[in-house]
Design a protein around this ligand. Structure first.
Ligand code: IZC
Ligand code: ZN
Length: 417
């Protein structure tokens, strides 16, 4: 078979193994191919490896010179709060004065200030702001994200956010896996009737399902947000409708969210800074991915999750940016990777696995993306770097040169094309 595109002159290709479940010590196993090429046909990887690719050449094959740089699979950011209006820099000085994230939320700020802005924004305004963020993400080499709603907290605005996501799926090269996060905070209308709001969320689950607007349901299980019992009630209902489950678990207070995630057979338990040893052991025996968000610890000045303990116990670990306007206002996924290495003490191989195949697994996309393998989507990043360690060592800058999405060049010389 002949290729539409051949990427050649690759210094080294780094990829997780296609078929391995990357748990614990398996996270440090990568396939490393020096002097590689990649042949692409119809948006899929036809072949890759060392040496001669002449058999794949046809008259109109496009040759793309990697210029002796490294190539990795497209990065996957499996926890973002992409669609929202406004910004929260007014809270930044409060944060610097030591006022906590949860105190700001309790006083009606935080998430609730973004809810107010998002309720007022039009579909087009939300769409345009999200496109700017998606372009940033693409520039950092991210080709798939998970995106949560959660800044509407009423039926109308939650649907508006999810519809914006659908519109983005149709009009932007990024693959977007959608999550309904009505259980993000208690809106002011329900501040004295938490059960009433939980009822409202449960009422909306079949409506969102019938419009096919979300693949997963998430709950912010946290002091000042949703209790463990409320979380269980929402997720049990969500499971009945066939949603996948994700949980904001044990971020600021040890609520037991990680244990509940395992019990509910969730796709991921996210944050885990305060997860108990017992729950880490449960995660290690489960197929629930431990999704760590070191950018949030950095920004909030909090402890980092104990990634070493989780990997050594045998967990399936992924990392994500948590991009949102309150606790992680940055689309820079390469910084997330650099923090994972420097602060979570993950090795460069573990960081790559946690940014590709493991999040692909938690999003149910492992057969299509997350590694460079024959027949998988040609989502690829050429990084302007001599080796993988270099991109984690030289921090705070963007190492992307070019990005391919489904075999199409979408970023060239660090510009969206
Ligand atoms: O807007 O503060 N943690 N939700 C849970 C967030 C952070 C997003 C926000
Ligand atoms: Zn989050």
């Amino acid at each position: 078979m002949r290729a539409d595109t051949i990427i050649y002159n690759i210094k080294t290709l780094y990829t997780p193994h296609r078929s391995l479940l990357h748990r614990g010590t398996e996270m440090s196993q990568l396939e490393v191919v020096p002097g590689a090429f990649i042949a692409i046909k119809d948006g899929k990887i036809l072949d890759y490896g060392q040496g001669n690719y002449s058999k794949y050449i046809q008259d109109n094959t496009y040759f793309h010179n990697a210029e002796n740089n490294i190539v990795i699979p497209g990065l996957i950011d499996s926890h973002t709060h992409l669609v929202h209006a406004g910004t929260r820099e007014k809270e930044f000085r409060k944060k610097l004065q030591g006022i906590s994230y949860l105190d700001i939320l309790k006083k009606g700020g935080g998430i609730l200030s973004t809810v107010q802005a998002t309720r007022q924004a039009s579909h087009q305004e939300l769409f345009d702001k999200a496109v700017r963020s998606l372009n940033e993400m693409l520039l950092f080499g991210v080709t798939t994200i998970e995106a949560k709603s959660g800044y509407g907290l009423n039926t109308e605005t939650e649907l508006k956010i999810l519809e914006v996501m659908r519109d983005l799926q149709d009009n932007h090269p990024m693959t977007i896996s959608t999550t309904y996060l009505g259980a993000h905070a208690i809106p002011h209308e329900y501040k004295d009737d938490h059960t009433g709001y939980v009822d409202q969320i449960i009422h909306d689950l079949p409506i969102i399902k019938s419009h096919n607007l979300a693949e997963s349901v998430d709950v912010f299980c946290e002091d000042g947000a949703f209790t463990i019992d409320e979380t269980r009630r929402i997720l049990e209902e969500a499971a009945k409708y066939g949603y996948h489950i994700r949980v904001h678990a044990d971020e600021m207070e040890p609520m037991g969210g990680a244990g509940l995630a395992v019990e509910m057979n969730a796709s991921s338990a996210d944050h885990l800074m305060m997860a108990s040893d017992e729950d880490i052991k449960k995660l290690a025996k489960s197929k629930t991915v431990a999704n760590l968000l070191p950018g949030t610890s950095f920004y909030l000045g909090k402890d980092y999750a104990d990634a070493r303990k989780m990997i050594d116990a045998g967990c399936i670990v992924s990392i994500s940016s948590d991009y949102n306007p309150g606790s992680s206002p940055s689309e820079n996924f390469q910084l997330t990777m650099q923090l994972a290495a420097n602060k979570l003490r993950m090795t460069p191989y573990e960081v790559l696995v946690a940014s590709t195949i493991n999040p692909a697994y938690s999003l149910g996309l492992k057969e299509r993306i997350g590694s460079i393998a024959r027949g998988k989507n040609a989502d690829l990043v050429i990084l302007n770097a001599p080796n993988l360690d270099y991109i984690l060592y030289h921090y705070g800058v963007n190492h992307t040169k070019d990005v391919f999405k489904n075999g199409k060049l979408v970023v060239k010389d660090r510009e969206v094309v």
